[in-house]
Design a protein around this ligand. Structure first.
Ligand SMILES: C[S@@+](CC[C@H](N)C(=O)[O-])C[C@H]1O[C@@H](n2cnc3c(N)ncnc32)[C@H](O)[C@@H]1O
Length: 199
């Protein structure tokens, strides 16, 4: 197992490569699902900020197990050798009028998972505020288009209003909490907000 920060990055990156995933982020979703059982076989899942495609591929292979549907959306294309038949991909801004309408048309969803992150500028206040906006958009989407008893995962940069968003999630879900996966880089200020069992 990894010992230093750099080793840890290498460990997860190499592991992802050897298992056929385009990004090390797969291990964050794996850890989240092991802890909270977000997705089960046959579910309909919306994956926001899906490129290059590790979460989408892992969801197909290990969580819905080739059954159900994954609607994936990103500003950038997926980078998968083979896009599984369960996946419908849209390229564009998930919250633009046009793409949002398409996502809604294919819902409602059993789970909404968002690893969406803004292009970072290095200016912490700008980055956290952009991340907060994305997280808020995903919460809005889940208010109407996540099924009752559905689950939600949202990435947010710490310092980006996570307490306020968590408070809203506690109103919408029977359980809501913040989670920092071990697979997150030590120097990353990302956090995942988990909403379980929508009211
Ligand atoms: C950390 S990456 C996601 C990695 C992905 N979960 C995986 O496992 O391969 C964050 C992604 O969020 C996307 N993103 C940011 N804002 C977005 C938006 N408004 N609509 C769609 N995608 C967005 C970025 O283009 C970027 O690809």
């Amino acid at each position: 197992m990894a010992s230093s920060k750099r080793d840890k990055a290498d460990y997860y990156t190499l592991k992802a490569r050897s298992e056929g995933y385009p990004a090390r982020s797969i291990y964050k979703l794996e850890e989240i699902n092991q802890n909270f059982r977000i997705i089960k076989p046959g579910d309909s899942v919306l994956d926001v900020g899906a490129s290059p495609g590790s979460w989408t591929l892992y969801t197909d292979r290990e969580l819905i197990k080739g059954r159900g549907r994954i609607v994936s959306v990103d500003l950038n294309p997926l980078n998968l050798r083979c896009v599984p038949p369960t996946v419908i991909f849209f390229q564009g801004d998930a919250f633009s009028k046009e793409i949002r309408a398409k996502l809604i048309e294919l819902g409602p969803y059993d789970a909404i998972i968002s690893d969406a992150a803004p292009m970072t500028t290095g200016i912490r206040t700008v980055d956290t505020s952009r991340s907060e906006n994305l997280a808020e958009e995903v919460v809005h989407l889940s208010e109407e288009h996540l099924k009752t008893h559905g689950n939600l995962v949202i990435k947010i940069f710490q310092g980006g209003g996570e307490e306020r968003i968590l408070k809203r999630m506690r109103e919408l879900f029977y359980k809501a909490r913040a989670f920092k996966p071990k697979a997150s880089r030590d120097d990353s200020f990302e956090l995942f907000l988990i909403g379980l069992d929508k009211k």
